[in-house]
Design a protein around this ligand. Structure first.
Ligand code: LLP
Length: 422
């Protein structure tokens, strides 16, 4: 058995790719391609690393469900006693559908609508992470109308460089997220004065796919300075939320392990005298990213003068990260075969030159072979679209030797639902 680097519980047995105990090729035969296959054990192992790091602390892990919001995946985390970080009324409906406890749900996002606020108040969520002064005023109004008091935390923009892709860095001055560090105290004073808000915490999230503990330590320092200032103004904070953002190994990346990162962060928290606070975390990618692969079939090989193309049945609508961020995902044959490798651009059927999944990959493949696109548990299905009227892929969650089909492949009629002829 050989382990796939970075992918616990995904390995090869006699050259055949397996997710836990099941051969990926068999799942593809049963359910067709493109097909997402996830390992439940891998999700739970990633969660366990956070729990080890936070052992003995009052803490709550709120899975940032935007990373993968399929109901079956949410169920895994709900059953493991996680809370959820949501960013829309749609995500709220999903967590309620899997029976999550509303008080363990926190609501982030810069553009919450009044209707979404009302829906979340009605459900009784645990905290609104408020991202602007204007939002504080609107939330107070909506809560007044609903006859409720909204629990709030203010998202601080600590102006720390997470050293990640510009589209996924969120804690810099030029980003739309959070309230500027300098304005935070005034915002807390306002929040404390509004009758239908109750201040419960403080929050930050500096970006995603962070592979170094430095930005976290800097953000923590800046946050703790603020906690001290806010409490000196007589406003008590029950929890401190450090957001998500921890990276995964896509291509030899070496992010700190969650437990090692938290050991380091907790040392700082203790040294600064805030070790007794309840901690909230919002990890997404690091819980699910390397728990999944996307299986795709090679439709055609097309040799060319400048480039050889390997055309597969998965495309940018299923796997948008390469097109959006020029992101790298490993691509491997499902069955290892001998023979010479040829260098291909692996591309999908969508009518866009941006529809590529991997560039210049040396692959020993033939038409009809299956390939696995790696590290596709996070921000793939949740970002998938129906461009080119392509039905979204099916998803299977493997638990030991059992496969659960957690999402059926869409059919064209699903895609036309709700449309009307003239
Ligand atoms: N909390 C907040 C407020 C967030 O905005 C995010 C992610 C998270 C938590 C979770 O971050 P994570 O632990 O997953 O890094 N589509 C991009 C990633 C966008 C991340 C957006 N916010 C990608 O595919 O790389």
């Amino acid at each position: 058995m050989t382990q796939l680097p970075g992918h616990p519980h995904i390995h090869r047995v006699d050259g055949e790719l397996h997710v836990e105990q099941l051969p990926v090729a068999q799942l593809a035969r049963e359910h067709g391609t493109p097909l997402f296959v996830y390992s439940k054990a891998s999700m739970l192992a990633a969660l366990a690393a956070y729990r080890r790091g936070l052992q003995g602390r009052r803490s709550r892990i709120c899975y940032a469900m935007k990373a993968n919001s399929s109901l079956g995946v949410l169920q895994v985390f709900a059953q493991a006693d996680c809370g959820f970080d949501i960013v829309s009324g749609g995500e709220l409906a999903r967590v309620l559908a899997v029976g999550a406890r509303p008080q363990d749900v926190i609501f982030s996002g810069v553009g919450k609508t009044r209707a979404e606020m009302a829906q979340a108040l009605e459900a009784g969520i645990g905290c609104f992470n408020v991202e602007s002064e204007a939002e504080l005023e609107v939330l107070d109004e909506v809560a007044a109308r609903a006859g409720r008091v909204a629990p709030v935390s203010i998202r601080v923009n600590p102006n720390v460089d997470p050293k990640t892709h510009p589209y996924i860095s969120t804690g810099l001055k030029g980003n739309k997220f959070g309230i500027a560090h300098e304005r935070t105290l005034a915002a807390y004073r306002r929040a404390a004065a509004l009758p239908h808000l109750r201040v419960v915490g403080i929050d930050c999230h500096i970006g995603s796919q962070i592979t170094d503990s430095g930005p976290y330590l800097d953000a923590m320092d800046r946050m703790l300075d603020l906690v001290a200032a806010i409490e000196a103004a007589g406003i008590r904070l029950q929890h401190i939320d450090f957001g998500g953002g921890l990276g995964i190994d896509y291509r030899g990346d070496q992010p700190p392990a969650a437990d090692a990162l938290w050991a380091e962060l907790l040392r700082k928290l203790d040294a600064r005298g805030f070790g007794d606070r309840e901690l909230l975390l919002e990890p997404g990618r690091s819980l699910v990213g390397n728990a999944g692969v996307c299986v795709t079939e090679v439709l055609y090989l097309k040799p060319g003068e400048q480039k050889n193309f390997c055309i597969v049945d998965a495309a940018m609508n299923d796997l948008p990260r390469p097109a959006m961020y020029e992101a790298f995902h490993g691509i491997e044959p499902v069955a290892q075969r001998g023979g010479a490798a040829t260098t291909y651009d692996v591309v999908g059927p969508v009518c866009e030159s941006g529809d590529w999944l991997g560039r210049d990959r040396a692959l020993p493949v033939q038409q009809g072979d299956l390939l696995a696109v790696l590290s596709t548990g996070a921000y793939c299905m949740s970002m998938a679209s129906n461009y080119n009227t392509r039905p979204r892929a099916a998803e299977v969650l493997v638990d030991g030797d059992r496969a659960h089909l957690i999402r059926e492949r869409e059919r064209p009629e699903d895609l036309m639902r709700g449309e009307r002829l003239l």
